[in-house]
Design a protein around this ligand. Structure first.
Ligand SMILES: Nc1ncnc2c1ncn2[C@@H]1O[C@H](COP(=O)(O)OP(=O)(O)OP(=O)(O)O)[C@@H](O)[C@H]1O
Length: 234
């Protein structure tokens, strides 16, 4: 009898997808963006989703993150089946259990870095207690922005702003953080620095990160690379 390795037991899966399909449009105009994707992402791992333009990377990420509804198939995040949630439940689920990092940093310009990091907790109506502050300081430390917390975004470099955005995505201890081309706006040296810090969040804090990227150099920071081609995992 073969034993299942500990990293792939159901308990340790942060995300899984089964038979995921997504068709945009109908009839002659139909586009099969996903054609049956099965995927298991173990908790505490860094996954890169790669593939050529139009292969279905963004569609896959959006379906995994509950931002888009698959045409068929199922997605589970931390054991919760997304297709069983109503729209309102899904909104709350995303807010409480998922984190997002985008190519544009999307920081609020009038808030300091520290305030930007704590914002998701405030928006979720959570109390900013000692534990929350401690968490934000730990994240700032791991991300190398501990001495920048009192600065506004305009006073930070692009790489520092993206590291603030990563801390903001992680402050609520999400089950999965989805990063969509997080270094798309950064030069190669700054990208390497941001990815190195993102990987530290996986290694040192046990976070689960899924990153969509075009660049093999960025994917090299991940524990596993999922290659999407023509709507399938290659
Ligand atoms: N809203 C939509 N309506 C119709 N077709 C869509 C829509 N979104 C995506 N598609 C199509 O689905 C396919 C997969 O798109 P997707 O954006 O997932 O690819 P991608 O790999 O992320 O591409 P890129 O690297 O260029 O961002 C493409 O053929 C695209 O044109």
């Amino acid at each position: 009898m073969t034993q299942t390795p500990p990293t792939t037991t159901v308990e340790t899966l942060a995300a899984s997808a089964r038979g995921l399909t997504k068709t945009y449009g109908r009839g002659d105009a139909a586009v099969n963006a996903l054609r049956g994707v099965d995927l298991d992402l173990a908790a505490g791992t860094f996954t890169a989703i790669m593939g050529p333009s139009g292969s279905g990377k963004s569609t896959l990420m959006h379906c995994l993150a509950g931002l888009d509804q698959p045409t068929s198939g199922s997605v589970a995040i931390a054991g919760r089946r997304l297709e069983k949630l109503s729209d309102d439940e899904l909104t709350v689920f995303r807010r409480e259990h998922l984190g997002f990092v985008f190519q544009a940093f999307n920081l609020l310009p009038m808030l300091t870095a520290g305030q930007n990091i704590l914002l998701p907790l405030e928006l979720a109506g959570r109390r900013i207690d000692g534990a929350a502050r401690e968490r934000s300081l730990l994240l700032a430390d791991v991300l190398g922005i501990g001495d920048r917390l009192g600065h506004r975004p305009s006073e930070l470099s692009g790489g520092q702003q993206q590291r603030v955005a990563i801390a903001r995505a992680l402050v609520g201890q999400p089950a999965v953080v989805f990063a969509d081309e997080p270094t798309g706006n950064l030069d190669s040296t700054t990208s390497a620095e941001v990815l190195d810090h993102l990987r530290r969040c996986v290694r040192e804090l046990g976070q689960t990160v899924v990153m969509v990227t075009h660049e093999a150099s960025a994917a090299a920071y991940a524990d596993q690379v999922v290659t999407v081609a023509d709507g399938r995992v290659a």
